[in-house]
Ligand binder design. Structure first.
Ligand code: NDP
Ligand code: HSE
Length: 435
């Protein structure tokens, strides 16, 4: 074999990064693998679109199945995104004996079990380091570095766009929409940026991490997901006043007979490491029974970091091809059949401390109505701040609570809503790592 032939499906932000690495580092990559890595075919939607990297125009095709079915491709890189037609292309590539590298977290969160089984059945390699937390080597850490350990928790910031927005809101007090536009221009955001700001992208990633870490299939519908679009500059200011920062947190945690898998904004003590991971950086904390707690921090989005992760997988797989070791170990480190289903604990049963911001008239009795409703549902208040005092204008009343059950909080907030005293939707943010 004098070269490893690569076909790439998709040539956008990440695809351009891959082409640049293959072109700029060709000699060094060949030294690492033993033979040249050769890009032979690239599929796009629009042949004439302007791109951030150049390839021979004859390499381009609008039919991605040409790559999945080609006899001249060893490794397929899928950086197209979305569920359809990506799933068909992934399965066809695997069935045809091609090794697959994908950065498509949506695909793995929604259809991972099918893809993992197909890769195992075909005896080929599957790389998906680029799908979670950009350049942070979290997939290979879970599969290899912690292979002898038992993981009890994986949590962190796994969406660069969301973290970039929250960080700039915190530092500059700028409006949400203005910052989102910058994140899009920098190539961090998904094709549909609501995936980033509504927590869906983080949910895809934590479903993948939880599934890999706890060796269980996870139904994506079971992942509780809440985004950052309702967070206001006032919440960020109040968090600061209480000594916290707001982050979009993705949590996968083992309980006795269940797992938690969820994504939501969280108020984190300002001196906590995760609270200080800013900009488009991501961080993932892994808690194991033998090694303890490790934390990885790095660039979580964008062309270069993601392409670097994708190419790390390509090099790894190419070396195995050259050494005759490709497809000899299961793609998830353990065989698919040994993964057992662990139920996801319903969100209603989760316990947390809460930050609650009510928008109410500054009138005698209102606060006691709110406090009574919370008390009726066993929610105990730990502190209170009232902001503003303008004649006939609603004011913000912020309460923090002791540990309470999510179901009880929902009931109490429902009762408070029914009292018709709130002039705007109540904001509830879970406080994590306090005390
Ligand atoms: P882009 O939208 O920039 O690029 C997507 C590419 O796929 C484009 O070249 C597009 O063609 C092609 N494409 C899309 N749909 C089709 C289709 N139906 N048929 C054929 N070609 C198609 O996306 P990104 O590069 O940002 O992301 C690619 C993947 O990587 C996604 O799964 C994303 O979630 C993931 N990812 C992205 C990161 C990032 O920071 N951007 C980070 C980590 C993962 P054309 O250009 O002609 O329109
Ligand atoms: N849109 C994603 C993010 C890209 O902002 O994190 C990286 O997966």
């Amino acid at each position: 074999m004098d070269s490893i032939k690569i076909g790439m499906i998709g040539f956008g932000t990440v695809g351009a990064g891959v082409v640049n690495l293959l072109q700029d580092r060709g000699d060094s990559l060949a030294e690492r693998v033993g033979v040249k890595l050769e890009l032979v075919r690239v599929s796009v939607r629009d042949i004439n679109a302007k791109r951030d990297a150049r390839v021979d125009p004859l390499m381009l095709t609008t039919d991605p199945y040409e790559i999945a079915n080609s006899d001249n491709v060893d490794i397929v890189i899928e950086v197209m995104g979305g569920e359809e037609p990506a799933i068909g292309l992934a399965l066809q590539s695997l069935k045809n004996g091609k090794h697959l590298v994908t950065a498509n977290k949506l695909l793995l969160a929604m259809r991972g079990e099918q893809v993992y089984q197909a890769a195992e059945d075909a005896g080929v390699e599957l790389g998906f380091e680029g799908a979670v937390a950009g350049a942070i080597p979290i997939i290979r850490s879970i599969k290899n570095a912690f292979a002898a350990d038992r993981i009890s928790q994986v949590q962190g910031i796994v969406n660069g766009t969301g973290n970039y927005i929250l960080s700039r809101m915190t530092d500059e007090g700028k409006a949400f929409d203005e910052i989102l536009k910058d994140a899009q221009a920098l190539g961090y955001a998904e094709a549909d940026p609501t995936f980033d700001v509504e927590g869906i992208d983080s949910a895809h990633k934590i479903a993948i991490l939880g599934s890999l870490g706890f060796e269980t299939p996870i139904d994506f519908g079971d992942v509780y997901t809440e985004g950052i679009s309702a967070i206001t500059p006032e919440d960020i200011d109040m968090a600061r006043e209480f000594g916290y920062r707001i982050k979009l947190l993705a949590i996968a945690k083992r309980n006795t007979d269940s797992i938690d898998v969820r994504v939501h904004p969280a108020m984190i003590p300002a001196d906590n490491l995760i609270a200080n991971v800013n900009g488009a950086l991501n961080s993932v904390e892994v808690v194991c029974d033998v090694s303890g707690t490790s934390m990885l921090v790095g660039p979580g989005a964008g062309s270069g970091p993601t392409a670097s992760a994708v190419m790390g997988d390509v090099v790894d797989i190419s070396r195995k091809i050259i050494n005759g070791a490709a497809g000899k170990t299961p793609p998830l480190s353990v065989p698919c059949k040994s993964r057992t289903k662990i139920p996801v604990r319903p969100m209603d049963e989760v316990m947390s401390e809460y930050y609650l911001r009510f928008t109410v008239p500054d009138r005698t009795g209102v606060l006691s109505m709110i406090a009574s409703a919370l008390g009726r549902h066993k929610i105990s208040i730990s502190s209170m701040i009232q902001r503003g005092r303008m004649e006939n204008e609603p004011v913000s009343v912020v309460l923090t609570t002791h540990m309470a059950k999510e179901a009880n909080l929902k009931k109490a907030l429902g009762e408070i809503d029914d009292m018709n005293v709130c002039a705007a939707e109540t904001m509830a943010i879970r406080m994590v790592g306090a005390g």
